[in-house]
Design a binder for this molecule. Sequence first.
Ligand code: PEP
Ligand code: MG
Length: 806
Amino acid sequence: MGGEGVAIEAAGGLDEPGNPIGTDAVLVLAAIENADSGEGVLVLMDLGSAVMSAEVALDMLSEEQRARVYLCEAPLVEGAVAAAAAARVGEDLEGVAREARGGLQGKAAHLGVEQSQDTGKTAPEEPDTGSFKELRLTVANPLGLHARPAARFVLTAGDFDAKIEVTNLTTGRGPVTARSLNAIATLGVRRDHEINIRARGPQASDALAALQVLADEGFGDKAGTAAPTRSVNVSAVEGATFTGLPVSPGSTLGVVRRLRRPELEIPAEVSVDADDELAALEKAVAQVRRELSGTREDIANRAGEQSAAIFDVHLLLLDDPTLLEPVRQAISEDEWSAARAWAKEIDSLVSRYRSLDDGYQRERAEDVAEVGHRVLACLIGVPPAGPELGGPGILVATELAPAETAALDLELVRGIVTARGGPTGHAAILARSLGIPTIVGAGDDVLGLAEGVRVLIDGATGAIYIDPDAALVSRYEGLEQQRQMQQGAAQREALEPAVTSDGRRIEVGANLGSVAEVDGALAAGADGVGLLRTEFLFLDRDTQPTEEEQLTAYAAITQALGNKPLILRTMDVGADKPPAWLELEHETNPFMGLRGIRFSLAQPEMLLIQLRAALRAAAAGRRLKLMFPMVSTVDELQRARRLLEQARTDVTSAGYSTPEGIEVGIMVEVPACAISADAFAPHVDFFSIGTNDLTQYTLAVDRGNNRVAGLADHLHPSILRLIERVVEAARRHDKWVGVCGELAGDPRAAQILVGLGVTELSMSPPAIALVKDAIRRVSYERAREVAASAMEMVSAGEVRRLIETD
Ligand code: PEP
Ligand code: MG
């Protein structure tokens, strides 16, 4: 605990062969002289002769030396540990003695016993309150001193030359050092708890003033009021513990699972050199610190300081003396390897966090485990393993990135619940295509669900039930059976075309994000691929895909499709789809920023590579069409078309063939494009309406933000009117219109879209059979009537009621 700067000398036994038991004043004297650096020596003794020999040794010192030696009655072992730690942080001799006397407090608190009267007396009352400065505060943060405020507390306290301790006066926990995030976190400070901060040392007053300012600013949490993390405009399902936003239908019962790094195997110790192990520990910690700082900077650039702040928590863990010291001790004293000592300390810290009452504090166990895993991987010399589920169950996570969703182990994931995110965010879209019952935006409270808790989730309503009773489980089993029967019945006809009862054919395609999905989409009944999200094909790599690599992927899909059409959308990067292989600059409002065609036109070489690959893939005479995303001006479309011509010249001059007259379309995702569809129509062969983005831009609702997701209903009459406008413009120019946003996959909405004149619908494969079934059940004539009525409605709710009762 003292580190190298604190000299500790032992003076036990007698220097008499055959009679070693006792205490030798000369040995004590030598030990004092060895330890004395001029700043003072604290002498701790056990009973009897030890006390007398120490006094004799004191008499043998010069007067000047004697003045700086302190015989202390504190407990020998616990007192030595506490004294060493106090000396290390620069306490004076008085302070070191006081800490030594209080050495039993930690053990007493741990064992849950009151210290006896006598010990209480030995542990001094504060002798000189004047040397301590104190500050009392009531914590107003809605979540108390949870990870981020606690991290800011530790960072601020650490800036001053002062010894600072914190006590939770409301619960009586503490005092603990303000240098340890773990110690502060385990004080369990919640909203309205009163804390006492004591500081000593040259900068004690400055430290307290800074902590007061920090507290006044809500410890960096804005305004001290709790912003709702759940979605507004979504009514709770009766009886459910939580209600989130439904993404993918189906109900499922299972235990809560969190994404965790798997256990690493610690190599057996042959022989351990403590110095080497200590050096390895410092090196591993430094390396992980560098990596985390890099990630922090990256996230701060991409998503802003608030999102990056969680990495401060991770970084502080790497500096936490209450974590590192016991590890170092186990290495030097018990001769453990650094890996073994680190793993043991991390495991016990993780269990301590997991046993806390507070859900938010329990969440920190995952941060500790994450940092612990990375350092351990470094110590063992293996790359950190990707996060995975510890067993089958329902994944509960803060939010999933598209790449994380794509990497999930489908054998284990029975359902997904996320605290944040919207139902048309790209991770949700991927979960829907995987057919996993999914709920997003359920609010941060779901993160308090501990691993192993039984939950039932209903992906169709967003309801989450904790520990459901037998009656509820059996009701849901019945509903699920019914749903599967309906799905099965629709699936039997899925390979047949979708034709309305009065003979109007509607193409029903699949939205794909990977080559691996093609066979499943065809089996699900896809008439083709209405949207290939090419940016998803290369999610898991960190270098830009080459022309040849893209050609291979596109050709594999066209081949699997045979004569069925494929609409290849050029890469729609930016916003919530930052590929790992691209450095994107931070934008305050990325959904309104450089994404889709805007990005491609800013990086024409990247677009050219893709267009060349697509043109070469089209050579086999397959029905490949091209489509540009996020177009908002005719000029963008014309520039993209010129690049397509350039790509065609490149391909032919390189000796490859490519078919003439490939159909070219645009996505209608920006209201400007829908409103001015007439102006675009002469320059395109088709329009494909991306209702996910069209809804977010029309209703001004960020599609990834669950707090406002309840407002983003793609059945809002304003969206239907924009679709109608595009269809009319297309009709005047003899072009066709499809819909490839998530609205297309809602069987109840099919009649409206067909009635508006849309002739192609493209969706997540699991929805195909039911949408085809819905189309066959309606006549085009009736669909037009329903669509006309829907256009008269004033709210999405009214439109929903109309189609539900129809
Ligand atoms: C859309 O915006 O509706 C769409 C289909 O594109 P994406 O979901 O990939 O943004
Ligand atoms: Mg879009």
